[in-house]
Design a protein around this ligand. Structure first.
Ligand code: NCD
Ligand code: ZN
Length: 352
């Protein structure tokens, strides 16, 4: 018999919903349906759209497009550019974090120039989160800026032993630093990348088994699990220049529940990593009467058919898992039950 338990709704601080500008990949409706089906009751959207979220107009457009169409609560991050610094103070109460892309990835938000980075770190309001995409050696640069400007640094999707060691060292030195890890880095390696081809192409890249193991061995130094849900269509992935990114909203919880059933993760730690820490670190407002019911099941195979994400594929296809989301309750209303979505009951949210 499946064992049913209740958990707080999952919180995801790192999602790419692609609207406006790339709605062939995902939009606010499909992305928040996927989130609700995956057990998330609140997610935060990234700014790297084709027209990036780097101006008040771009942010307001996202808010207007999302309002009335979303199935879980949704907040926004803002992108750092040379020119977007002038909006920081005006927008600080509307956005959860500032995203700084210090390595190449999807979109045109790369910032490498040291002077511009200094400007960004110095002008971002103290006490608010600055999120970095900083892989490997670049992470050293990000940590140095954070130390110099006394920033609240959040490191996105750490993937390697070197990165977790750098984080541990910075934490020990007393820096205000948090980090996230994504399920593709916890459950897949460069070996899987070989068989997945373009469907395993993601930034940071899937790493070695030693790297993957170091993330599990150092879960106590990791603050949260984020999906980095980054959908691209099958056509784009099969094209000549496959973009980086994999979807993750609907697969994270089944994978994590499987780790719980194998004794590799406790329920308490799961709640800390998927709800308590992201909520506290990103000042996410409370959601009364909000919870999810999950069940530990017989082993079953993840397949892409029931997925709500518009991209309709998963890098975890074929993996055996042992848990699923049964019901999701948002402010007393059922938004997901036994594979069916109801709503939209989600709200656009702002930091508390
Ligand atoms: C993300 C995307 O496609 O927007 N891709 C990825 O490989 N993770 C961007 C990002 O988070 O780097
Ligand atoms: Zn991302």
């Amino acid at each position: 018999m499946p064992k049913k338990i209740t958990l707080p709704g999952l919180v995801d601080v790192h999602t790419h919903l692609r609207e406006p500008g790339a709605t062939q990949k995902e939009d606010f409706e499909t992305g928040t349906k996927a989130a609700a089906a995956g057990g998330y009751t609140v997610i935060l959207d990234m700014p790297n759209n084709p027209i990036p979220t780097v101006s008040p107009q771009a942010l307001d457009q996202k808010i207007a497009l999302a309002t009335g169409r979303i199935y879980c609560d949704l907040g926004f991050h803002f992108g750092a550019t040379k020119d977007s610094t002038k909006h920081f103070n005006l927008l600080k109460n509307k956005i959860f974090g500032l995203k700084v892309y210090m390595n190449h990835t999807t979109g045109d938000l790369l910032l490498e120039d040291g002077h511009i980075l200094e400007e960004v770190f110095s002008r971002w309001p103290k006490g608010k989160i600055i999120m970095v995409h900083a892989e490997g050696e670049t992470l050293i640069k990000a940590i140095n800026f954070a130390g110099k400007f006394k920033s609240r640094l959040h490191v996105c999707h750490i993937a390697t032993k070197q990165e977790i060691e750098l984080i541990k060292k910075a934490k020990k030195q007393g820096l205000d630093i948090s980090c996230e890890v994504s399920c593709h880095h916890l459950f897949l390696t460069e070996e899987d990348a070989k068989s997945l081809g373009p469907f395993g192409k993601v930034r940071p890249p899937l790493a070695t088994e030693e790297d993957r193991k170091s993330l599990w061995d150092n879960l106590d130094s990791i603050d949260m699990i984020a999906s980095d849900h980054a959908p691209h269509t099958k056509e784009e992935k099969n094209g000549p220049n496959p973009p980086n990114g994999v979807p993750g909203l609907e697969t994270s919880l089944p994978l994590l529940l499987t780790a719980v059933s194998e004794g590799r993760l406790t329920i308490e730690k799961l709640i800390e990593l998927t709800n308590e820490n992201p909520r506290r670190i990103f000042n996410i407002p409370d959601q009364p009467d909000t919870f999810i019911e999950v069940e530990f099941t017989k082993p079953y195979i993840l397949n892409p058919i029931p997925l709500f994400t518009k991209c309709h594929w998963t890098p975890f296809e074929g993996m055996e898992v042992r848990g699923r989301v049964k019901r999701v309750i948002l402010r007393g209303q059922i938004v997901f039950e036994d594979g069916k979505i109801s709503g939209p009951f989600g709200k656009v949210i702002f930091p508390s």
